[in-house]
Design a protein around this ligand. Structure first.
Ligand code: FMN
Length: 230
């Protein structure tokens, strides 16, 4: 089944295949034909004070605006992370911007945080009925300079806080110019301090504990990772 579907989907440009798959998933969920082949056995896992029913989650980027939460939840994920969302809607990089490398079972993604903006994401989350562990991944707009990046993250943090099980501060993407510079220890200390302070304020305001995670690039050397951890 998968090999057949894969042949069909690979005949389409990668982003069209992505959209079509999500549309089919949505339709399947609506008519009750999409569900996990077998309910995944529970494998309760603790993470950052949260209890996940199982440790297999959906990473950010597949459902950037949280349009398909209920349909994706039917597949049995232990948690779902939506986003990256930014304060304002933006188109992302010019196309083509997603490239398949079938011989490596891989894809190159240069989407560049295309998304409908944080308010659209919030409306979608409010419409969803799923009550599982929902991560919301936040970023900055492409045209916000790094000196003001923290304002974009604060804007998103404040808005998504009451709806998220956890929040991911995404500074990992190579597709927004300069974003990864936020990872430098000298910047990061103040940057995280500001977000942490607001997180504490929001926690007492909403009487909610919402853990905040920082998503970093996967290709840092040990020294850079030590700096970020410090
Ligand atoms: C097409 C595509 C879009 C992605 N978009 C985002 C994104 O918006 N935000 C983010 O934090 N990560 C994004 N990612 C990274 C994934 O969340 C994940 O960290 C990465 O794919 C590694 O996990 P994997 O090995 O399971 O693919 C994206 C990845 C892909 C392939």
């Amino acid at each position: 089944m998968y090999l057949l579907l894969r042949k069909l989907l690979f005949a389409l440009e990668a982003e069209r295949a992505h959209r079509l798959t999500l549309a089919l998933l949505e339709a399947g969920a609506r008519f009750g034909v999409v569900r996990a082949p077998r309910r995944p056995p529970p494998l309760v896992t603790a993470l950052a004070g949260l209890e996940l029913p199982n440790p297999v989650g959906l990473a950010a980027g597949l459902d950037k605006d949280g349009r398909h939460i209920d349909a994706l939840a039917r597949l049995g994920f232990g948690f779902i992370e939506i986003g990256t969302t930014t304060p304002r809607a933006q188109a992302g990089n010019p196309r083509p911007r997603m490239f398949r490398l079938p011989e490596h079972s891989a894809i190159i993604n240069r989407l560049g945080f295309n998304n409908a903006g944080v308010n659209a994401l919030i409306a979608n989350v409010e419409r969803s009925r799923w009550r599982g562990v929902l991560g919301i991944n936040i970023g900055k707009n492409r045209d916000t300079p790094n000196e003001r990046a923290v304002q974009d993250y604060l804007y998103c943090l404040e808005r998504v806080f009451p709806l998220a099980s956890y929040i991911t501060v995404n500074i990992s993407s190579p597709n927004t110019q300069g974003l990864r510079d936020l990872q430098q220890e000298s910047h990061l200390r103040r940057f995280i301090e500001i977000l942490r302070e607001r997180q504490e304020q929001l926690a007492s305001q909403h009487r909610l504990t919402v853990p905040m995670l920082v998503k970093i690039a996967p290709d840092l050397d040990e020294g850079a990772m030590d700096g970020i951890a410090r």
